[in-house]
Design a protein around this ligand. Structure first.
Ligand code: AMP
Length: 399
C-alpha cells in the first residue's frame, strides 16, 4: 500500500470477513460483580488542564508528517503524545498506560513513521487485538504518512490471503495486523521479520485476555533484537507487567491519568423480572428524551442479532456488530452509527473494543459484563470528550 495514493490500489482493499472467533467471552472469565459497583453518580469536575511542553511543529520530525498532522487538525499534542513522541524520538522503548481516546495511536505513529521515512531499511510491526483496531490504526497511518511514499500491508484474519500475499511480495516497511494472521504468514514463510526493528503492541492487556500471548511471543522472538518497542495497555497489572518487562529494554513509562471507572459517567442499574419486562424497559430507555446515541452490549453473536431484530421490529433504527458478521457489514454498521444514520448499536464486547465514537450518550449493559474490567471498557464508550455519559446495567430481580 503506497501512502501517496488512494486506498483502491493498495493492500487495504482487502476487507475481511470475520471468521476467527477469538472472543473474550469464554465462560471461565466470568466474575461475580457486586451490583453496587454499577451505581455511581458522575463527578463533573473541571478537566485538569494539561499544558503540553511541545507543539507538533516543535518536534524534530519530517515536514511531511507535520503537514499531515496540521491537515488532520492536530495542533496540540495530547498528554500521551507530548511525552511519548519526545522520548521515542530519542530511541527509547515506551510503555504507555493509556486507553482509547487518549490519542495513543498518533503517539506511536509519529515517531515510528518518522524513523521509517528517514531510514528506508527500518521496518515496523504493529499488532492490535481486533480487526477494527488494526483498521483504525491503518486509517491514521494513511493520513499521517500521506505523500511519504511509505508502503504497508494490513494482515488481518478472515480474508483471502491473496491480496495480502501480493502486498507482502513488495516487502512493505509497515505491517499492521492481528497476531493470528501475522503468525500465519510467518509460518507460511510469506512474511520474514528478522529485520523488523520497531514493534508496537497496542491494547496489549486485551491481547493477553484474548489468548494471543503465544502468537505474540513467537512474533516478537523473530524480530531484530536491536529494536525499539512500544507497548500500550490500559493497565500494568499482573501478567501484563511480567510480559512487558520481558519484551522491553529499560522502557520509559508514561501514564495518562485514568481512574478505575469513568468519572464522568452516571451509572445506574435497571431491575427486570422477565424477558418481556427487560425488553419493555429497554424500549422505555431508548425513547426517553435525554437518550441520544446508545451502545447496547449483549453477550453472544446470536443474542446481539436477536436483540437488534427485536429493536427494529419495535421501530428503532438500530444496527448490530459482532464477530459473526462480515467485515464489510461490520464497517457499514459502525459507519452508520458514527454518522448518526442509526442511533442504536448493539454489540459484543470484542466487536465494540476500541470503537471511537465521540457522541455516545448512553451505554446499556443488556447482558452483564464478564469482568469489572470489561464493564469499565464498556462504559468508557460514553461520556467522551469531557461530556457526561450514562451507563445502565440490567440486573435480574431476585426474591
Ligand atoms: P486514539 O486514542 O488514538 O484512538 O485517538 C482518539 C481520537 O482523538 C481520534 O479520533 C484521533 O483522531 C483524535 N486525536 C488524537 N490526537 C489528537 C490531537 N493531538 N488533536 C486532535 N485530535 C486528536
Amino acid at each position: 500500500m503506497p501512502y501517496n495514493n488512494t486506498r483502491n490500489n493498495s493492500s487495504f482493499r482487502s476487507r475481511p470477513n470475520f471468521n476467527r472467533s477469538r472472543s473474550s467471552s469464554s465462560k471461565s472469565r466470568r466474575q461475580y460483580i457486586d451490583p453496587n459497583k454499577f451505581i455511581k453518580t458522575a463527578k463533573v469536575t473541571e478537566a485538569e488542564v494539561y499544558i503540553p511542553k511541545n507543539k507538533f511543529v516543535d518536534f524534530n520530525v519530517n515536514e511531511i508528517i507535520k503537514t499531515n498532522l496540521i491537515n488532520m487538525g492536530y495542533e496540540t499534542p495530547s498528554p500521551i503524545q507530548d511525552q511519548t513522541i519526545s522520548l521515542a524520538l530519542e530511541g527509547k522503548d515506551i510503555v504507555g498506560i493509556a486507553n482509547t481516546g487518549t490519542g495513543k495511536t498518533a503517539a506511536f505513529l509519529v515517531p515510528v513513521l518518522n524513523k521509517l521515512i528517514s531510514d528506508k531499511s527500518s521496518r515496523v510491526i504493529i499488532l492490535a487485538p481486533t480487526r477494527e483496531l488494526a483498521e483504525q490504526i491503518e486509517d491514521q497511518t494513511r493520513l499521517i504518512a500521506k505523500g511519504s511514499g511509505l508502503f504497508g500491508a494490513i494482515l488481518i484474519g478472515g480474508v483471502s490471503m491473496q491480496p495480502q500475499l501480493s502486498d507482502l511480495r513488495k516487502n512493505p516497511q509497515i505491517i499492521i495486523g492481528t497476531p493470528g494472521r501475522v503468525k500465519d504468514h510467518i509460518e507460511r514463510r510469506t512474511l520474514r521479520i528478522h529485520d523488523v526493528n520497531m514493534l508496537v503492541l497496542d491494547e496489549f492487556d486485551r491481547m493477553l485476555d484474548m489468548g494471543f500471548i503465544d502468537d505474540i511471543t513467537e512474533i516478537i522472538n523473530q524480530t531484530s533484537t536491536d529494536r525499539q518497542s512500544f507497548f500500550f495497555s490500559a493497565t500494568m497489572e499482573g501478567k501484563v507487567k511480567v510480559h512487558i518487562d520481558k519484551f522491553s529494554n529499560n522502557p520509559a513509562h508514561i501514564m495518562v491519568k485514568t481512574s478505575d471507572t469513568s468519572e464522568n459517567v452516571n451509572q445506574n442499574v435497571v431491575n427486570f423480572s422477565t424477558k418481556e419486562d427487560k425488553i419493555v424497559k429497554l424500549h422505555d430507555i431508548l425513547i426517553s428524551e435525554q437518550v441520544n446515541k446508545t451502545l447496547i452490549f449483549d453477550d453472544t453473536h446470536r443474542n446481539v442479532e436477536k436483540l437488534n431484530d427485536e429493536l427494529r421490529n419495535r421501530g428503532f433504527d438500530s444496527e448490530a456488530i459482532h464477530g459473526g458478521k462480515s467485515q464489510a457489514a461490520r464497517q457499514k454498521a459502525l459507519r452508520n452509527f458514527k454518522e448518526s444514520k442509526v442511533k442504536v448499536l448493539v454489540a459484543t464486547d470484542v466487536a465494540a473494543r476500541g470503537i471511537d465514537v465521540a457522541d455516545i450518550t448512553h451505554v446499556v449493559n443488556f447482558s452483564l459484563p464478564q469482568t469489572y474490567d470489561d464493564y469499565v471498557h464498556r462504559i468508557g464508550r460514553a461520556g467522551r470528550a469531557g461530556r457526561v455519559g450514562h451507563a445502565l446495567t440490567f440486573i435480574e430481580k431476585r426474591y
